[in-house]
Write a protein that binds this ligand. Structure first.
Ligand SMILES: NC(=O)C1=CN([C@@H]2O[C@H](COP(=O)(O)OP(=O)(O)OC[C@H]3O[C@@H](n4cnc5c(N)ncnc54)[C@H](OP(=O)(O)O)[C@@H]3O)[C@@H](O)[C@H]2O)C=CC1
Ligand SMILES: O=C(O)C1=N[C@H](C(=O)O)C[C@H](O)C1
Length: 266
């Protein structure tokens, strides 16, 4: 068997960080090189009762080969600069990026392999394709996207909802920016034909739910995905890190990985 890949986890004390660390504990393909956090649990052991790696803010002197980020835009921005300077492949699932950060990611992908996904679940990868097909097949029907997440989520609509909006817009050959409606309140007037609306619920411990309604006269198609366990995202990100390490610099996505691993999309 080949040598384990030296891996950094960015956002290691968070909900996703904990899901990653749980899976990585038993994954012999990786050696955890650093578990980065911003302020919580600094100095505590990563694995309770084990006297090994501790949560830290500092990158190690010996650069990891690949990093997985689920921290947030500020954490991602800082990590990106480090990964670019040290030629560390980067997988990121952080959502809520502004345009400036998206541009920094595009620029960094000239120097390092970089894989971004708003959702690392296999089911959502399939859902995106179904949404694109449905939007194309029913071009005159109304299409809205509903999402629900836990009460600690800080960005809305979710990155996944936006990606589903992009899929729907692509199916219709239009730009999401031209048709998106992010809020409805007051006297909105009738629905703008061809628009793509978003509705958001936040509450409790909902892991992540997405629905796409394609609404015609007298009937409706609903395409839904419910995540009930964060390990699905963590597993997808870990597979992505294993696939990405050692690749040529460039911007990659989950579709590229799935096509490479499973063959062309159906
Ligand atoms: N693509 C996907 O499949 C998924 C994406 N996400 C996205 O991942 C991101 C994280 O989600 P979640 O785990 O719930 O978030 P949490 O708030 O639970 O965790 C955030 C983590 O990032 C760390 N952090 C925050 N700010 C910084 C910073 N400036 N520098 C370094 N580290 C920082 C926190 O450290 P500390 O505890 O010390 O503050 C913590 O470890 C979100 O953008 C979310 O939308 C979530 C699930 C799936
Ligand atoms: O913050 C979360 O929890 C999640 N965020 C991602 C998003 O914004 O789409 C993915 C998943 O739904 C969970």
């Amino acid at each position: 068997m080949s040598r384990p890949l030296r891996l950094a986890v960015i956002g290691a004390t968070g909900r996703m960080g904990r899901a990653l660390l749980d899976l990585l504990k038993d994954d012999a393909r990786f050696e955890l090189a650093v578990a980065l956090a911003a302020s919580s649990r600094l100095g505590e052991p990563v694995y309770a009762g084990e006297d090994g790696l501790r949560f830290t803010r500092e990158w190690p002197a010996a650069a990891p080969e690949v990093a997985i980020d689920f921290s947030g835009p500020a954490g991602l921005g800082a990590a990106l600069a480090h990964c670019r300077a040290h030629r560390i492949a980067l997988v990121t699932g952080t959502t809520g990026l502004d345009q400036a950060l998206q541009q920094q990611l595009d620029e960094a992908a000239r120097d390092i392999p970089l894989l971004r996904a708003a959702n690392f679940s296999l089911g959502v990868a399939v859902l995106r394709r179904l949404v694109r097909q449905a939007a194309a097949a029913l071009p005159d029907w109304d299409l809205d996207i509903l999402e629900a997440h836990h009460n600690r989520k800080v960005d809305a609509p979710s990155g996944t909802a936006l990606a589903l909006g992009e899929a729907a817009a692509a199916g219709r050959g239009v730009s999401l920016a031209d048709g998106a409606v992010y809020a409805r309140e007051g006297t909105t007037g009738p629905r703008q034909h061809g628009s793509i609306g978003f509705a958001v619920v936040r509450g409790g411990d909902i892991v992540g739910e997405h629905e796409v309604w394609v609404i015609g006269p007298g009937e409706r198609v609903e395409l839904n995905h419910r995540a009930t366990d964060r390990s699905i995202f963590a597993r997808g990100a870990i597979e992505a890190a294993h696939w990405l390490a050692g690749r040529a610099p460039g911007a990659y996505d989950l579709d590229a990985m799935l096509a490479d691993r499973l063959g062309s999309p159906t």
